[in-house]
Ligand binder design. Structure first.
Ligand SMILES: [Mg+2]
Length: 388
């Protein structure tokens, strides 16, 4: 079995409501749909993009260029897609960084391998530890009354953990946490994600105000490069610290572990560089007895699938609560069991029900593409590319 065709399609999916993060207002998800075709006619696919140039610095354009100009001709065409370890190893040797491009390739390889063997991807990753992964809700930044309203409804919908996005204003963050705690009571788990936009001094002062609210964690309170500062901060506050932007490669994890800089690690399949590398990543988290939480780049039902499969297959990860809600955030829904999602890259978006995410059954990711939607939502001015 050999890969004979690589296609990268730029797709822009509109959000029902804009989503706000520090300095960032997201109205569309500009992603890349990658299709790998083999000589016996199998097609594997993946979807991924980015919402913010500050997260990893990769964009729809850079992902397409890296895959079509470099990865496809050198490492994919003519390769056996079942040899995932070999391909991912070669990518890491010859292509620095660019983990989102690498992840997209890894996703499509896993989808292809699952289809070739006739099994769901979770069977390639260890089988089932659980039927579904528990999900937390992520609220857009906004006025405190809007944030509280969203948190209350999410809690009623079965989301036991609520993550609040900082808008960069510490007074707003403190108001949001105080009011959400008052509205939800003691049992709710509250997270604030600062996305690395505080400096050490801001982080220390803000966290001293937030410590009294018994939060589940503060995510990435200092800039990504300041692992030493995160360790100092962690030693001076009560709230557990989770690393997101600081924790990409295994050597980042090693430094975080060695410096005792975090109580938990936030993983995204794209940040880790795909499912194969994510499994190595989770082994280090297990070794260091660090909690994990898996998130998303805010994407389609196809984008949500790799994490949906891994989070039920990996025993370490399966015991924690994640936030992999891309399709619900895009389409402005709390669930898609009673109200199916129709306008998505995936025709059969994996089911979110009672605060849990169920990966699709069926070979590979079990996803059928919604070709009409994809044809109608090509990113304006950006052609699809094919490499043979
Ligand atoms: Mg984060």
């Amino acid at each position: 079995m050999k890969i004979v065709k690589v296609e990268a399609l730029p797709v822009s999916t509109p959000l029902k409501r804009p989503f706000l993060m520090p300095g960032t207002r997201i109205t569309h998800i500009h992603s890349v749909l990658l299709k790998l075709t083999t000589d016996d006619g199998l097609v594997g696919f993946g979807d991924g993009g980015d919402t913010s140039t500050w997260y990893r610095g990769e964009t729809q354009d850079s992902i397409i260029a890296m895959i079509c100009d470099h990865i496809a001709p050198r490492f994919l065409l003519g390769a056996d897609p079942r040899d995932i370890e070999r391909i991912v190893g070669r990518l890491d040797t010859f292509v620095r960084d660019n983990n989102q491009a690498k992840a997209l390739v890894d996703f499509a390889l896993h989808d292809l391998k699952g289809k070739a063997l006739g099994v769901p991807v979770y069977q390639l990753l260890g089988g089932k530890c659980a039927e579904a992964s528990e999900q937390g809700w992520v609220a857009s930044a906004g006025p405190v009354d809007q944030v509280v309203r969203e948190a209350v409804i999410a809690h009623e919908q079965g989301y036991s953990l609520i993550k609040l996005k900082s808008d960069g204003n510490a007074d707003h963050d403190v108001d949001n946490v105080r009011e959400v705690r008052a509205a939800l009571g003691d049992s709710a788990r509250i997270v604030v994600d600062a996305n690395g936009f505080w400096n050490y001094e801001q982080a220390l002062r803000t966290m001293r105000r937030l410590d009294r609210y018994d939060m589940y964690c503060i995510e990435q309170p200092v800039p990504y490069w300041d692992i030493e500062g995160m360790a100092r901060l962690r030693a001076r506050i009560d709230t557990p610290v989770f690393a997101d932007e600081s924790a990409q490669e295994l050597h980042d994890l090693k430094e975080i572990i060695d410096r005792r800089a975090a109580d938990g690690l936030f993983i995204k399949m794209q940040k880790a560089g795909g499912l194969l590398k994510a499994q190595r990543w989770l082994t280090l988290a297990r070794l260091a007895d660090l909690a994990v939480m898996s998130g998303c780049m805010i994407g389609s039902g196809l984008e949500a699938s790799p994490s949906a499969h891994l989070m039920i297959a990996n025993q370490w990860a399966s015991q924690f609560t994640h936030e992999n809600l891309g399709p619900l955030i895009i389409h402005g829904q709390w669930e898609n069991d009673k109200e199916p999602i129709e306008h998505d890259i995936a025709r059969n978006v994996p089911v979110f029900r009672d605060g849990k995410l169920y990966p699709n059954e069926g070979p590979g990711f079990g996803i059928e593409l919604n070709e009409e939607f994809i044809a109608a939502h090509g990113t304006p001015g950006k052609p699809a590319r094919t490499v043979r």
